[in-house]
Design a protein around this ligand. Structure first.
Ligand SMILES: NC(=O)c1ccc[n+]([C@@H]2O[C@H](COP(=O)([O-])OP(=O)(O)OC[C@H]3O[C@@H](n4cnc5c(N)ncnc54)[C@H](O)[C@@H]3O)[C@@H](O)[C@H]2O)c1
Length: 413
């Protein structure tokens, strides 16, 4: 028997995930929830969902859907709402998926408190929390994770993670900000943001650090210990940055595995970078290294190994992905073909943020069906946020070496 899933938040991003969750063969029942009735209605009336959707499964608030008998909730609401909503979902007995980040607020102490509470709630209730971090399910991350688990990097020596998203580039952040505040719930944000601003709590790209820090941390399976960071302040008086401290932050972390890692979170820089450049990471080890889809390997374990010819291979994204179970691949292929109108196509190409979307869906669904803890669980997700908070503290203190809070790893089940 399959599982039942409720989609909470059917705005721009949630709308992209609803068909994938419905298409997954282990999902038997899908429910829709949004405070905006037209956003729910769009899905409730779509014949694609009819075989797994009962009209009773329409909800207009989180409170209402938390009282349902659904197994799990997928929360893709505005980023400042995720943490309390995920806690409410776990308290009501649901396994929960959260869009990134765990919480996005311009107050580091408050963010750390939410991380604490998410971890504590997941542990106490026994309900799993998954962060839908697209970076961790990009093909590059899958490949590096496999290599790391096989020990082929040797010892890790250095890593980089970057999220270069200029405010005006593709997926214009000004438009995103406007659209997120258009809904009834969203319209409450500007007043809250102003209140933070008046208390001296200024925003920073490190309030949303997950796309840069998560790749190397997740693949290497390590934690950050300390950081020294520097910030750039907008000089043009751009209204987008009025409530921000920094528009760009660069950070150097010392990691628990002995490597160092340079991270850049940029919202103000020229250049429409290619998808491989604007959200990317590189990992260097003593034996193997990965950079821009290329794997370098010297196989060296001691000085005599240096005589071996070093290997270098450029991979296509298709070669980097983990395989999906055949029935899941088939179901996603069918959805892809319905969406593209090419029903004869046999080539499934994972799409959405580097192809991560179908994999995020598969990971969450299998966690629910197997009662397994997600790979990007509360402990992992909390650490990404702590890395951003520590970088902000350091940048505001002119690069002062700052410890990164660490809750350790999720306990074995
Ligand atoms: N690469 C990525 O991982 C990535 C990319 C884009 C967006 N996101 C994340 O996706 C999330 C959603 O972004 P979006 O652009 O779709 O936002 P959006 O404003 O378009 O949609 C959010 C929806 O949530 C609904 N909502 C909020 N609270 C609710 C409640 N209590 N009950 C029912 N419905 C509620 C709102 O009415 C709205 O329709 C954000 O947190 C963002 O960070 C992640």
């Amino acid at each position: 028997m399959g599982i039942s899933i409720g989609m909470v938040g059917l705005g721009n991003f949630g709308s992209a995930f609803a068909p994938l969750f419905k298409a997954h063969p282990l999902v038997d029942r899908i429910a829709f929830c949004d405070c905006e009735p037209d956003r729910v209605e769009k899905f409730a009336k779509d014949p694609f969902f009819a075989d797994k959707f009962n009209p009773r499964d329409v909800y207009s608030s989180l409170d209402e859907i938390c009282r349902s008998d659904l197994d799990a909730l997928v929360i893709i609401t505005q980023p400042w709402l995720h943490a309390p909503q995920c806690i409410q979902a776990m308290e009501s007995g649901k396994t929960v998926y959260s869009a990134v980040p765990l919480s996005c607020l311009p107050d580091g102490d408050e963010v750390l408190d939410w991380c604490n509470r998410i971890i504590e709630t997941s542990q106490r209730t026994g309900k799993h929390y998954m962060l839908g971090e697209t970076t961790c399910f990009r093909p590059q991350a899958m490949f590096c994770r496999r290599k790391a688990l096989a020990g082929e990097f040797g010892d890790f020596v250095y890593a980089e993670g970057e999220y270069m998203h200029d405010v005006d580039n593709a997926c214009c952040l000004r438009v995103v900000q406007r659209e997120r505040t258009e809904s009834r719930v969203g319209s409450e944000w500007p007043a809250r943001e102003e209140a933070y601003f008046r208390r001296g709590k200024l925003a920073s790209p490190m309030n949303y650090p997950t796309h840069s820090v998560s790749g190397p941390i997740f693949c290497m399976g390590t934690r950050a210990r300390k950081v020294a960071a520097f910030g750039w302040r907008n000089r043009t008086g751009d209204s987008y940055f009025r409530t921000s401290d920094f528009s760009n932050v660069t950070a150097l972390y010392e990691l628990a595995n002995g490597a160092s890692m340079r991270v850049a979170e940029m919202r103000e820089l020229a250049g429409q970078l290619s998808p491989l450049e604007n959200e990317t990471f590189r990992i260097f080890g003593t034996r193997g290294s990965f950079s821009e889809n290329t794997w370098y390997y010297n196989g060296r374990t001691n000085e005599h190994d240096a005589i071996r010819p070093p290997q270098k291979r450029l991979y296509s994204d298709a070669e980097l992905f983990d395989p999906l179970p055949p029935e899941v691949r088939e179901a996603f292929l069918e959805l892809q073909n319905i969406q593209s109108g090419d029903l004869q196509n046999r080539d499934f190409v994972p799409a959405g943020h580097g192809g991560s979307h179908p994999y995020l869906v598969h990971e969450f669904v299998t966690c629910v069906t197997q009662g397994r803890r997600p790979l990007v669980n509360a402990w992992e997700a909390g650490h990404y946020m702590a890395m951003g908070v520590a970088a902000d503290i350091s940048a505001r203190r002119d690069g002062e070496l700052t410890p990164v809070q660490d809750w350790g790893y999720a306990p074995e089940l």
